[in-house]
Design a protein around this ligand. Sequence first.
Ligand code: SAH
Length: 361
Amino acid sequence: MTPLGRIIAGRIAQDGPMRLDDYMRLCLMHPQHGYYPTRDPFGAGGDFVTAPEISQMFGEMVGLALAQAWLDQGSPAPFALAELGPGRGTLMADILRAARQVPGFCAAAQVALVEASPHLRALQRQRLGQVAHLDHAGQLPEMPLFLVANEFFDALPIRQFQRMAGGWAERVVSLRDGALALALAQPAPLPRAGAEGEIWETCPEGPPVMAEIAGRIARHGGAALIIDYGNWDGRGDSLQALRAHAFEGVLDHPGEADLTAHVDFAPLAAAALAAGAAVSAPVPQGEWLLSLGIAQRARRLADAGDGGAPDALERLTGPAAMGQLFKAMAIFPRHAVPPPGFVPLSPRETGPFPDASPVGL
Ligand code: SAH
């Protein structure tokens, strides 16, 4: 068992079964043994590769989309240029480089990074120089906000419920013969339809983060681009562990594997609307990047001698790679045009919102 596994087993022995969101939070963020505070998980030598680490083209497209939204809203100055969970700082570096082409944008931008891991904060400072680091989105300044979050919401802890004959029961981490094991807790009061055996996931921290962002955009202007893998509902077990580029059981190596879950965009959209902002329909990442001209950019990079550009284009946009599973969604002020590549959410197309906050949770 890993050192963190022993700590978790000790807590369960003392306090009883642990909820999955508590387990996930400890695995990802325990100060001494958590996944993010203790390592650099990105890139070929790490556990997984994110879009900005695949190619500079991703950050360039995000940067130009944010700069276009800034121009469309009258070039407000100063403004906060923010990122949630910036990893190595690669995406923000590419955004700033691409946006240098837009006069006034970088001079008016006050960079603010929401990052929980001290280790990654240091990497971000190496890459970007002195930047403001915040603990959570509630600390973002009250000013126009142009923000990106790539693979941030999938790292927020989730809870899972399973439909049994008599109702829903929460999935928890328990002990079996001294080892960590998944179990079902007491029935949970969850008024949702669901076939027996079905699993439903909810991410309690996601909507409050979204409300902080969308409230600022509604009050002061701005735009947020949320990019992540996921869908428009929380049905099914999507919790996964990734270690050295291979999937494994979520209880196998607590603290040493990355844990993520599919993002349910519907409750995030609902929180943004409730905070007074407008929301786009989620667009598949491939479709969004192609609509911004990434294929033309890849051709120019290839012509200039970047032999990896065609392959990177395929990984970012191909339906069998990241193009279809990953979605992009934009938040913007009600009376502004949507950022490039997005159309406003039409409830008719996407159906009603599933319950974002069921009774009794
Ligand atoms: N956006 C980067 C990294 C994604 S990994 C990229 O695309 O490469 C998730 C990032 O979110 C990491 O930087 C991690 O430390 C950070 N993170 C995860 N949970 C967080 C939380 N609750 N608060 C702040 N940062 C968090």
